[in-house]
Write a protein that binds this ligand. Sequence first.
Ligand SMILES: C[S@@+](CC[C@H](N)C(=O)[O-])C[C@H]1O[C@@H](n2cnc3c(N)ncnc32)[C@H](O)[C@@H]1O
Length: 268
Amino acid sequence: MNPAAEATGPDLRRNFDLKDEIRDYWSKRSETFDLAFGHRIPPGPEFAAWQQPVRAFLGDEPLRVLELACGTGEVTRLIHDLGHDVTALDFSEAMLAVARKKHAGKPRLRFLLADAENTMEPDERYDAIVCRHLVWTLTEPQATLGEWFRLLKPGGKLLVFDGDWAKPTAVGRLATFAIRQIDRVIGPDNHYDGALSDRHATIMQNLPFADGLTVETLMPMMKSAGFQTIEHASHQPIAAAQRKTANLRNRLRTFVYRRFIVCAHKPG
Ligand SMILES: C[S@@+](CC[C@H](N)C(=O)[O-])C[C@H]1O[C@@H](n2cnc3c(N)ncnc32)[C@H](O)[C@@H]1O
């Protein structure tokens, strides 16, 4: 054991290794991330469906918004197009490079290489925080919700899009079976999340939300961090919009996991 590991203890050492692993995994996926169904947000009904909760929750006034784990900048576009001033943060340089290229030259947009669990940003800097598909992969979720609370101004808002990626729903198990049959006939979709599935599975097993992230788990954690008026909204309108243009295999994918949207407020 190296002296630093001994000094910080086995748990911190494990977290450090896990975070490196998570960053490396996403960096490797950066080039093809937008080719995997469910990541890129195509213009049209799907874009409108993703944008609707952002508009509804953030309101019409231009805000200073922190987007955490921006990845390739798909959610960044949703928020920025609504007229907000956006700081888009990710800890993968490779992901940020794709996002920067996509949004080159846009005003009101800053990219930030930082850890969403410890942003180093000043207290009460933001009116709103938005993240999609980040909370499930946090290594210290309760402390991180405290960090996000700190970053928000009084009256600030937190909007989370996420899902329970550990347990398919009952319908999802049937859909998964059908997807496997399609894979057998026409071959697997190499860009879908399964492409690096062994590595993904190992990361999943070591996360605090290894058994899945649910609204029922997340909402009390938000409350413990100080958030109030915590509500959840349905992901169904987004899934329905995705099904309008997706092929059969991807339509089936929209049924596999339980997804959700949670909104919370920092007291004013
Ligand atoms: C599933 S991708 C989602 C990307 C984007 N939010 C989207 O929905 O298209 C996960 C992203 O989270 C980033 N990420 C994971 N943990 C992070 C952390 N602690 N700090 C910053 N970024 C993180 C990864 O680099 C990756 O870009």
